[in-house]
Design a protein around this ligand. Structure first.
Ligand code: NAD
Length: 562
């Protein structure tokens, strides 16, 4: 079967027996026909990644980093083209699509820098002549599973740290954005990445995604997507003994207090709620506003929402693009009806948008509900579309409690002019990310990204925290004393030894004296005592030195405790 977009396995673009289509959400037109990977392609991809692993893990990290620097430059050179592919395949407006690519460029540069850092640490030993350190070790074959809403940025958060740390990757992107995935992989191919280090398998999640998570040669699964799928992935990973890093949904709140700059708050709300048509994990969907400013804030907000222009993201005047597919349109519209049934008041929007060319795609009008209570489903469940709920609160404490009463914990934000309230909120808001006087969007690659509670399982992406997600610590002990030294035993102080000696004599345990002759030296694997004295003269303890335990006043301790 002829296909336009193929799987990338062991350094080659390969086709498959069946195919699926990727469609432009703004027009319904075919973007690309894709080779749908089956078990055979998946096994080949994991085998390629496993084979490439030993050489890649032993490539010095600064050399690995050079590939990433090249990827960054290639992405930068192709930013316009990649952004166009994102808009055509995923729908977000061009300005935001450029941001999606820029995030990958930033991540490539940041993670490439890690090639010459990747700090481990040293720490003193409790024993003399012993050196302790730990270094980062790659984990092995990493399964990367990503959603469609950031077709290049989200994969970059995972693939780039995984690679610089010495892992190899099998990536399964969303079946809604396979062309963007192939374009992203192109940059790695042109950067000269060795075959098998990065592999791409295309197909539906329930089939190829699930099989990848189950695969016995995968060591780590890193997943971003919905809670429903994430929980399934987590269970399979646990059952098959894999590490698993999850980034899932959000129900992010913006708190607007009575001392807030309302115009600034409205800027942040509109950007956070309707950017990417509300299809960001960090999108704001709950506006928790102090009752004394609810009226003026709502008025300002509605004025701005009316000015939003829904349309094809390729049109520079568009501010809100389509939603990803017909199922998303159904879900969003379903939630609007749930909100109406629950008694929320619809202020604007609440319907599909199909004017002009938009009738060919999947568009929804920016929607604002008020009179929403925290218990309503529209205030608790992730809608993942251009819909926000205004919820009233009487105080900072109440606003924080409403914000924290969601099962998700990705982002929250607060608008206030009070430094005291800002710091109180930063402490009390139970999300992985908190913004003050900014919306819920604006993560930067050099800081950790991830959510608490229902959003994640504690792993973080980006920043230094990503290094912990994509590597494991190897602890190294080097003993250069030339004798057996036992942690926790030989580290006992002279006082302890004396006490032990007294106890031993009281309980009549006859201590085994270490011999001093040749036979004893053979057992110790060292020199006879007299020669040892010559080779290792006593050092003055008072001057900070140490003495060989055998030459110490504790020589009548049982031999096994030296
Ligand atoms: P999704 O869960 O439907 O799919 C995510 C990925 O998982 C896709 O590649 C899909 O093919 C794959 N998949 C589906 N079923 C699978 C299975 N059984 N086993 C393995 N893989 C499977 O999510 P989506 O619709 O692509 O993305 C939207 C969701 O992603 C939203 O909930 C959003 O909040 C979340 N998201 C979270 C973050 C974050 O960082 N927290 C970022 C972006 C998106």
């Amino acid at each position: 079967m002829s296909t336009d977009t193929r799987n990338f396995i062991a350094g080659k673009w390969v086709t498959a027996a069946s195919s699926f289509d990727s469609v432009n959400p703004a027009t319904g037109e075919l973007v690309t026909r894709c080779a749908q990977a089956a078990q055979q392609e998946l096994d080949a991809a994991v085998a390629a990644a496993s084979e490439a692993f030993p050489a890649w893990r032993n490539t010095p990290p600064p050399r690995r980093a050079e590939f990433l620097f090249r990827v960054a430059e290639l992405l930068a050179a192709r930013k316009d083209d990649l952004a166009r592919w994102i808009t055509i395949e995923m729908g977000k407006v061009t300005m935001e699509a450029r941001g999606d690519v820029q995030e990958a460029i930033d991540m490539a540069r940041y993670m490439a820098g890690e090639g010459r850092r990747m700090f481990g640490h040293t720490t003193p030993s409790e024993l003399p002549d012993k050196f302790c350190m730990c270094v980062r070790d790659p984990i092995g074959v990493v399964a990367v599973i990503t959603p469609w809403n950031f077709p290049i940025a989200v994969p970059s958060w995972k693939i780039l740290p995984a690679l610089v740390l010495g892992n190899t990757v099998v990536w399964k992107p969303s079946s809604d954005t396979p062309a963007c995935a192939a374009k992203f992989v192109d940059a790695f191919v042109e950067a000269g990445l060795p075959p098998g280090v990065l592999n791409l398998v295309l197909g539906r999640g329930a089939e190829i995604g699930a099989a990848l998570v189950r695969h016995r040669d995968v060591r780590l699964v890193t997943f971003t997507g919905s809670n429903e799928v994430g929980h399934r992935v987590s269970v399979t990973a646990a059952e098959t003994g894999k590490r698993c890093a999850l980034e899932m949904g959000g129900k992010n709140g913006i708190i607007v207090l009575d001392d807030a700059d309302l115009a600034l708050a409205v800027d942040g709300i509109v950007w956070s709620a309707f950017g990417t048509s509300g299809q960001r994990c960090t999108a704001a969907s709950r506006i928790i506003v102090h009752r004394s400013v609810r009226g003026p804030l709502t008025e300002l907000l509605l004025d701005r929402v009316k000015q939003l222009k829904v349309g094809n993201g390729l049109d520079p005047s568009t501010t809100v693009g389509p939603v990803i597919n017909p199922a998303a349109l159904e879900r969003i519209d379903g939630y609007v009806h749930i909100g109406l049934d629950e008694g929320a008041r619809l202020l604007i929007g609440g319907e599909r948008f199909s004017k002009g060319e938009c009738h060919r795609g999947w568009f929804y009008r920016p929607t604002v509900f008020d009179n929403v209570t925290p218990a309503m489903r529209i205030a608790r469940e992730e809608i993942f579309g251009p819909v926000i709920c205004i919820i009233e609160a009487g105080s900072l404490e109440e606003a924080v409690a409403i914000n924290n009463d969601a099962s998700y914990g990705l982002v929250s934000s607060i608008y206030t002019r009070s430094i005291d309230r800002a710091f109180t909120a930063m402490r009390e808001l139970a999300t992985g990310i908190v913004y003050v006087n900014a919306g819920t969007i604006g993560s930067e690659v050099q800081l950790p990204f991830g959510g608490t509670r229902g959003t994640g399982n504690g792993a973080r992406e980006a920043g230094q925290a990503a290094l912990d997600t994509f590597s494991e610590w190897k602890t190294l002990y080097v003993d250069y004393s030339g004798r057996l030294q036992r942690a926790q035993i030989d580290s006992e102080t002279p006082t302890h030894r004396k006490k032990l000696k007294n106890e031993n004599s009281r309980t009549q345990i006859s201590p085994v004296r270490p011999g001093t002759g040749k036979a004893a030296a053979r057992i110790r694997g060292g020199l006879p005592r007299r020669q040892r004295r010559r080779a290792y003269p006593r050092r003055n303890v008072a001057q900070g030195g140490h003495r060989h335990p055998a030459a110490h006043g504790s020589s009548h301790l049982p031999h096994s405790q030296h």
